[in-house]
Design a protein. Structure first.
Length: 269
């Protein structure tokens, strides 16, 4: 699987101007392909077309030439709006992140930190299902746009009044976001393997049933044998993946609650 890296664009200041184009009036010039010329497009239109193409055909199909064709302009015209594919990918990622529309400061939100974190997980998993190409992008160096910062602010804010220290809140928030994005990507990958191969995971395993009769050694793998005999492997692959997410997520939140209890409970800021 080909992996693209966010944050790999050329000029960081230029990218920041594009990412924050809606919040800084002085960055409106980012929509102008050249001084004195009437723009044929907007940067928003370019990003929307790129996302639509990636949603429909996958990230490998999203090239500058394909996006230009979808917009009815020459490829070189597109480069006057977005200087490179790397920068376009950053814009796409942040746009997808922003779609989750987390409650901003002062807006209504679920009661209790746990319910607020669960809202983050629900909307993030929905985002990954809506935009499966996100699994092809490493955001170790994320696009530092409004979508990414909205995620960071929201997850940190869910724990801000729990009594945890600033450092504890930071590492807990990183643990939550890492877990949710990783497991959401795995869920999407699992679904797309079935879709692309037109074969269920169960059917794939059934074709390899001879493994258990001809190669599997119960003495070498006694724990697997015990779990098999106890019905522990009775769930299908997709169901097991969902159950693993729920189990891991709940235990992660349980662990955060232990830290909150040890810290003495909620505080006021």
């Amino acid at each position: 699987m080909t992996v693209e890296y966010s944050g790999a664009g050329g000029d960081p200041d230029r990218l920041l101007r594009m990412l924050w184009r809606r919040t800084r009036p002085e960055t409106e010039a980012a929509d102008r392909p050249a001084r004195g010329r009437r723009p044929k497009l907007t940067l928003d239109a370019v990003v929307t077309a790129a996302i639509a193409l990636a949603d429909e055909e996958g990230l490998p199909a999203m090239s500058m030439s394909r996006v230009a064709a979808a917009l009815g302009v020459a490829t070189m015209t597109l480069y006057t709006y977005v200087p490179s594919k790397a920068e376009l990918i950053d814009l796409m990622v942040d746009e997808a992140f922003e779609e989750r529309a987390f409650p901003a400061p002062g807006e209504p939100r679920p009661t209790g930190w746990r319910a607020q974190v669960e809202l983050f997980a629900e909307r993030t998993r929905t985002m990954h299902r809506r935009h499966p190409w996100l699994r092809h992008i490493s955001a170790v160096r994320p696009p530092i746009g409004p979508g990414m910062l909205a995620e960071r602010e929201y997850v940190l804010s869910t724990l801000a009044d729990t009594g945890l220290s600033g450092q504890q809140i930071d590492v807990a928030a990183i643990a939550v976001t890492t877990f949710v994005h990783a497991t959401a990507g795995i869920e999407v990958e699992s679904a797309h393997v079935e879709h692309d191969t037109q074969q269920s995971h169960e059917a794939w395993w059934q074709e390899r049933e001879s493994l258990w009769e001809d190669y599997f050694d119960v003495e070498r793998y006694p724990t697997m044998t015990w779990i098999w005999n106890s019905g522990g492997f009775d769930k299908g692959i997709s169901e097991s993946t969902r159950a693993a997410h729920a189990f891991g997520f709940d235990r992660l939140l349980d662990g955060i609650q232990v830290s909150i209890d040890q810290a003495g409970g909620a505080v006021s800021r």
